[in-house]
Design a protein. Structure first.
Length: 437
């Protein structure tokens, strides 16, 4: 097996496979200390990075320029590498079943470049057992080598939070696990070089896989509880946020908030755990219930908006509704699995004219992924309702007085504040009909 001393001396290059939100920050951090090849199947992504740009906004241009990475879309460039770190997406398909296509493709590609002593580490979120049950046979078949003897497996789950400049790769404890204790120690040395928060050595690959998928499942369930609470509070005609502020005065109350649950982690990972559980003839109750609640919130927000329009004697088919934000969370351009789309589609079912504005989102990606045409801010005029769906900093800077100018002069302005950016009393004092989860 390769030795850390060879990696540190830059005699054993490493490759990061997949240069997205997870792979690129990792490659840049590692390149400060080691010889790194950055591989991605998208040539346009490679050209962008070679030009010193990162459209995900996860890595600053100065940090890109400060390191030397051999960016490539040519698989042959992986041949000299001895350590492979796989950071490809693990999405779900339309039936909410794990889509292993990217992981399978990466494993088959790597198999042709494995040699004696190589180590392959997966960072992609998977269900417990997948690395050894799915990836290992692919690597063995394609390489003709034996895992645990000729080459070795590891798993170190990513914990990247897009847009978060506080909880970064360096400042979050890194879980590492290997097929053997020696592999675990090697990974602890490699990752420990760049992670200042510390390393946790999991006793097995399966334990590390389970830890990752459970982290996000727990958050999903906690947010689902808050979303269900918001439905109850609405029926009771009390403000959910005020209830939570009161409850938070107890020392052990968990500060979760209701909201849309999208993105590539919290809204996806529970389905990987469910898939594995069901394959074992187990049928969890809490996890799917949380998913159903969270997946229903976009529709609920749209229906609440329509009800307010009707109460204002505005015909839905004649209404113009603005939506601020399309990305799955604030201050990132990431559109993957955004639940704002659920609001838009439900409003369109009522023949409402919906104008979506998001300065962070890529207009071409919005068209390709969701068949949506983003509206410039100047078009948000003559509105009957405005939904603030994402808390971008640019939207936080908008005052209630400015928002009021976006509405029809004769309209009773309706403000649907999904993220709770504004105080209810201030909004109502400014003349808005105000609603929030």
């Amino acid at each position: 097996m390769i030795q850390f001393e060879d990696i540190r001396a830059k005699n054993a290059p490493m490759a990061v496979i997949g240069l997205g939100y997870v792979g690129l920050p990792l490659a840049v951090a590692l390149a400060r200390h080691f010889d790194v090849v950055g591989f991605d199947i998208k040539p346009e992504r490679i050209e962008e990075l070679r030009a010193g740009r990162d459209n995900t906004l996860e890595v600053d241009p100065a940090d890109l320029a400060a390191v030397s990475i051999r960016y490539t879309a040519e698989a042959a460039d992986l041949a000299p590498c001895k350590l492979f770190i796989v950071a490809v997406p693990t999405p779900i398909n339309a039936n909410r079943v794990p889509d292993l296509g990217p992981l399978v493709g990466a494993s088959r590609l790597l198999a042709g470049y494995l040699s004696d002593g190589c180590v392959v580490v997966y960072e992609s979120t998977v269900y417990p057992g997948l690395t050894e049950e799915v990836c290992q046979p692919l690597l063995e078949k394609g390489s003709g080598l034996c895992a645990g003897k000729d080459f070795f497996l590891g798993y170190s789950p990513e914990r990247i939070n897009p847009g978060d400049k506080v909880h970064t790769l360096q400042t979050v404890v890194k879980i590492v696990s290997g097929q053997t204790p020696e592999v675990t120690d090697l990974l602890a040395d490699v990752y420990g070089t760049v992670v200042t928060a510390g390393i946790h050595k999991a006793p097995s690959i399966k334990v590390a896989e389970a830890a990752k998928v459970i982290e996000n499942t727990q958050r999903d369930i906690n947010i689902a509880l808050m979303n269900e609470l918001s439905l109850i509070c609405e029926r009771l005609d009390i403000d959910t946020v005020e209830v939570l502020r009161a409850a938070e005065t107890k020392w052990n109350f968990l500060p979760f908030r209701p909201g849309l649950v999208g993105g590539h982690c919290i809204g996806v990972d529970p389905y990987y755990l469910l898939y594995k559980a069901q394959s074992l003839n187990l049928h969890p109750q809490v996890i799917p219930a949380g998913r159903r609640i969270n997946d229903s919130i976009g529709k609920h927000i749209a229906e609440a908006t329509v009800k307010m329009l009707i109460r204002s004697e505005c015909r839905a088919s004649c209404a113009r509704v603005g939506v601020l934000g399309l990305t799955f969370k604030e201050n990132v351009p990431d559109l993957r699995n955004t639940k704002v789309v659920d609001i838009v589609r439900e409003l369109c079912e009522f023949r409402i004219r919906v104008l979506v504005h998001d300065p962070m989102a890529d207009p071409e990606e919005a068209r390709e992924e969701y068949n949506l045409t983003l509206a410039p801010r100047e078009e948000l005029r003559e509105l009957d309702a405005l939904i603030v769906a994402v808390a971008h900093d640019a939207f936080k800077a908008l005052t209630l007085a400015e928002l009021a100018t976006w509405f029809r002069p004769s309209a009773e302005p309706i403000l649907v504040d999904v993220k709770g950016l504004y105080h209810r009393q201030a909004a109502e004092a400014a003349g808005f009909r105000y609603w929030r989860l």
